[in-house]
Write a protein that binds this ligand. Structure first.
Ligand code: HAM
Length: 410
């Protein structure tokens, strides 16, 4: 019987992992250059951590299980709640603001499709302790810089969830309505509003907000929510100065319930249905987890989606296949070691194959060169180098080997 991997999960092969590690390196470097430090939290948490505030959408998709002592646990569907739990548990007394970043797998029981998995990775940051628009601006700039560094084509859209919340304040089913807005299910929204007998004036405001998209001039069209609009204007000034390209979209409400203020999302147009590659905003969770009320803001990049559309140069070291035989294996090992020390990838035979098969394998693994370690050449202090592209072969003194290979461009 062949055992398949669970639905919605993936196996990652070396080529893919290489690109992912390179992406990770770029993201880490940028996060750290802004003063963010990496943190890690457990893969599973007490289920309440997510049921308290993350919202129905997330809760329905959670992997929940009981351990042997009957505790109800959940695989993390995201990391903002775990990071704020960690903050309340161990970091409340640290000087503010705190700047954390993470790269971790998340689990959501969703219907799998391209770009939507049951196990996926997020690269995210949380900036904890500042209520200022400057904190919002910083995380937006950081997300923008990260996606630009990965050479992704994307659109950044910014909104303020507080405005829509205010319009729907006190209304029954407001959370449900917010979720329909998040999913762009406007017909259903209209129907729900009708069923709930929502005042025409409120309905009109909701749909007007949903339609408000564009540059900072759209902010002039809102004649309520002064404080929130002023905040967005200030953020716009900073982003313009930093040459960040964006649009406002006052219909962005985000799928998670904990957001309170400025929210933003990034979309990669070439990704099809699952094109949201980053989402974030400001929220307050610390008081819910037993801490002092603490403002925070952050975002998470959908790493697997960005993988599909990012173009980065991979660090490609030259690969040398060291051909060895029974009577030269120990010398070949020494030569391989020397090559690795000089920055080459050196691969050596472990199948006791003959020359022809070793060379054929060297081609299979796309080695640039083969170094043939033969008894006769060794006696003269030499090895034979074969350029696997051109087929050219020549004998070289062992001490000149690494210099020669470095100077040959493939
Ligand atoms: P989120 O929008 O739920 O936000 O997820 C962030 C990103 O994760 C999405 O934009 C998407 O790219 C990716 N993502 C979500 N679900 C899947 C999936 N099933 N398969 C592949 N990628 C997926 C959050 O999780 C918030 N914690 C972000 C945040 C941090 N807000 C403040 N701080």
């Amino acid at each position: 019987m062949k055992i398949e991997r669970p639905r919605g999960t993936r196996d990652l092969l070396p080529e893919e992992m290489k690109k992912r590690r390179e992406m990770e390196k770029i993201l880490r470097r940028i996060a750290e250059s802004y003063g963010y430090g990496e943190i890690a939290t457990p893969t599973f948490e007490h289920v309440e951590l997510f049921t308290l505030k993350s919202g129905e959408g997330i809760v329905e998709e959670m992997y929940v299980f009981k351990d042997k002592s009957g505790r109800e646990l959940a695989l993390r569907p995201e990391l903002t709640a775990p990071v704020m739990r960690l903050y309340v548990n161990s970091c409340e007394v640290m000087p503010k603001p705190l700047r954390f970043y993470y790269f971790a797998n998340c689990f959501r029981y969703e219907r799998p499709q391209k770009g939507r998995y049951r196990e996926f990775w997020q690269f995210g940051v949380e900036l904890i302790g500042s209520d200022s628009y400057l904190a919002d601006a910083e995380v937006i700039m950081l997300a923008y810089e990260m996606l630009k560094a990965l050479k992704v084509e994307f659109k950044l859209e910014i909104g303020h969830v507080g405005i829509m919340r205010d319009v729907l304040k006190g209304i029954e089913n407001a959370d449900k309505m917010m979720r329909l807005i998040d999913k762009n299910q406007f017909d259903e929204l209209e129907k729900l509003m009708k069923d709930c007998k929502i005042d025409e004036k409120i309905k009109e405001r909701v749909f007007r907000l949903i339609d408000l998209k564009g540059d900072a001039s759209i902010l002039e069209k809102v004649n309520f929510a002064e404080k929130e609009i002023e905040r967005l204007k200030r953020i716009a000034e900073i982003l313009d100065a930093a040459k960040v390209e964006y649009e406002f979209d006052l219909g962005i409400v985000r799928g998670l319930d904990y957001y309170t203020g400025v929210v933003f999302e990034c979309y990669a147009p070439n990704l099809g249905a699952q094109k949201q590659i980053c989402g974030g905003g400001s929220y307050e969770l610390a008081s819910l987890f037993g801490g002092q009320k603490t403002p925070a803001t952050g975002f998470a990049i959908g790493f697997d989606r960005v993988y599909e559309v990012c173009e980065i140069d991979l660090d490609r070291r030259k690969t040398v296949f060291v051909v060895s035989f029974e009577d030269t294996y120990l010398d070949a090992l020494k030569i391989a070691k020397k090559l690795r020390k000089s920055g080459f990838v050196a691969v050596i035979d472990v199948m006791e194959r003959n020359l022809k098969k070793q060379l054929s394998y060297a081609n299979d693994i796309k080695a640039e060169f083969a170094v043939l370690v033969g008894k006769k050449e060794l006696e003269d202090g030499k090895v034979s180098v074969k350029d696997l592209k051109s087929g050219q072969q020549m004998d070289v003194p062992i001490e000149e080997l690494t210099n020669l290979l470095s100077s040959r461009t493939v």
